[in-house]
Design a binder for this molecule. Structure first.
Ligand code: NDP
Ligand code: MG
Length: 380
């Protein structure tokens, strides 16, 4: 029986992780949860799973939660996230919070040699060099939850990394894959939140529409699989059936396929190297699907992807700037303060106006992250 601590329990990945835990009560127990402010959902989770430890975003949420629950330990903020991540009873940490707030918890869990299932991609984007260096030093594997990275991880099973020629990340194209730049000028928040293949949190759904999600995944892949940026390709594949591929030195390509269901990569990160049945998941029926489509990724139509390649390749503090400016830009768009196409402008401006730091340490990363957020909000 493994104790799971789930950061971001009330979110899209969080709730699907709970489905996996519920499916295998003999294997997993929910030991701890962290959430932001969705007290109603959290109360439901606490009543069903009875976790021992709970972390909330702030004091106000803690007071609200106390009205609904009893006999539980409620911790607060970043210190709370650190405490549950380091807790001796936590066997597996699932990091599924949204945004760079997940960074501290990932580093703490690494230092305490926990098994880590990582969904929170902003962590690797903003401080990939520090996270991977720590993982290496403490001998900890980061098991990817993101479907593309889980696919690559699976395609690498039993292979030698030195034979890896390139990674081919697939992209569904997001909500606006069939729209021209002109049409993109007038799209609304509601349009953007409607993803054709996946049902995800608001931030990542917008990131999918701007293609920044794929950009963040390129940077994530660079760190997870220690591969240079010129060996990471992105192609459009609208069905989201092939989750990603690895091309080897002999030009053999190994792909991982499946119906789009995040519970599959979530469960694999919890059970690796074993596999467990997942009954509610639909088998892939290739005859029914019959055709799969692939097309070239248009970097001009999706400048956010180009910005991510640029930030990743230059490295240093630029990915931190890219990530922080993107988090603010998406928030401004969701609150209808800027238009969809202004998202890329906000990020580009932040990157242009930044004083580059080559080897930022954690303190520098945190202060750049804060500075970019403050400056960007001030402008809009
Ligand atoms: P959601 O927005 O659905 O959920 C985010 C979760 O984080 C919620 O539980 C939220 O709590 C919690 N949270 C936010 N701020 C804090 C905080 N300060 N302290 C504690 N908890 C906090 O996001 P997703 O589940 O879609 O995504 C989570 C992460 O996984 C992201 O990094 C995303 O990029 C990545 N990911 C998601 C995929 C998906 O299919 N959804 C696929 C691959 C990666 P509350 O709602 O209560 O405020
Ligand atoms: Mg993904």
């Amino acid at each position: 029986m493994k104790n799971i601590t789930l950061l971001g329990a009330t979110g899209s990945i969080g709730l699907q992780t709970l489905d996996v835990i519920k499916e295998h009560p003999d294997q997993f127990r929910l030991y701890g949860i962290a959430f932001g402010k969705n007290v109603d959902k959290a109360t439901e989770i606490i009543k069903t799973f009875k976790p021992e430890k709970i972390v909330v975003q702030d004091e106000k949420v803690r007071r609200e939660l106390l009205i609904h629950t009893d006999q539980t330990i409620i911790l607060v903020g970043k210190e709370g996230l650190d405490e549950v991540s380091a807790d001796p009873k936590t066997d597996i940490l699932v990091n599924a919070v949204m945004g760079s707030v997940g960074l501290g918890a990932t580093l703490t869990a690494i230092r305490h040699k926990k098994q880590i299932a990582i969904a929170n991609k902003e962590t690797l984007v903003t401080a990939g060099h520090l996270v991977m260096e720590a993982a290496k030093r403490y001998g900890v594997d980061l098991l990817p939850v993101d479907s593309e990275h889980s696919a690559i991880f699976q395609a690498l099973n039993g292979e030698s990394r030195k034979d890896m020629n390139k990674i081919i990340l697939t992209a569904s194209g997001g909500s606006f894959r069939d729209k021209t730049r002109d049409q993109l000028r007038v799209v609304t928040v509601t349009d953007a939140l409607h993803h054709p293949n996946w049902n995800m949190g608001a931030k990542i759904t917008i990131d999918s529409a701007t293609m920044m999600n794929k950009g963040l995944e390129v940077i994530e892949a660079h760190w997870l699989f220690d591969i240079p940026y010129d060996k990471i390709d992105v192609i459009q594949h609208k069905e989201s059936i092939i989750h990603s591929m690895v091309e080897y030195a002999d030009k053999s390509v190994i792909a991982q396929l499946g119906t789009p269901d995040m519970r599959v990569p979530i469960q694999y990160a919890l059970t690796y190297p074993d596999r467990l049945p997942l009954p509610p998941s639909k088998s892939l029926d290739l005859v029914e699907i019959s055709t799969l489509h692939f097309s070239k990724m248009d970097m001009e139509r999706f400048p956010c992807l180009a910005l991510a390649y640029q930030a990743g390749s230059k490295g240093g503090s630029l990915p931190t700037v890219l990530n922080a400016a993107n988090e603010v830009a998406v928030d401004l768009f969701l609150r209808e303060k800027i238009t969809f196409l202004e998202i890329e402008e906000v990020i580009e401006n932040a990157m242009e106006n930044h004083n580059f730091v080559k080897q930022p340490d954690l303190e520098t990363i945190n202060s750049i992250d804060q500075e970019v957020r403050i400056k960007t909000y001030e402008k809009y």
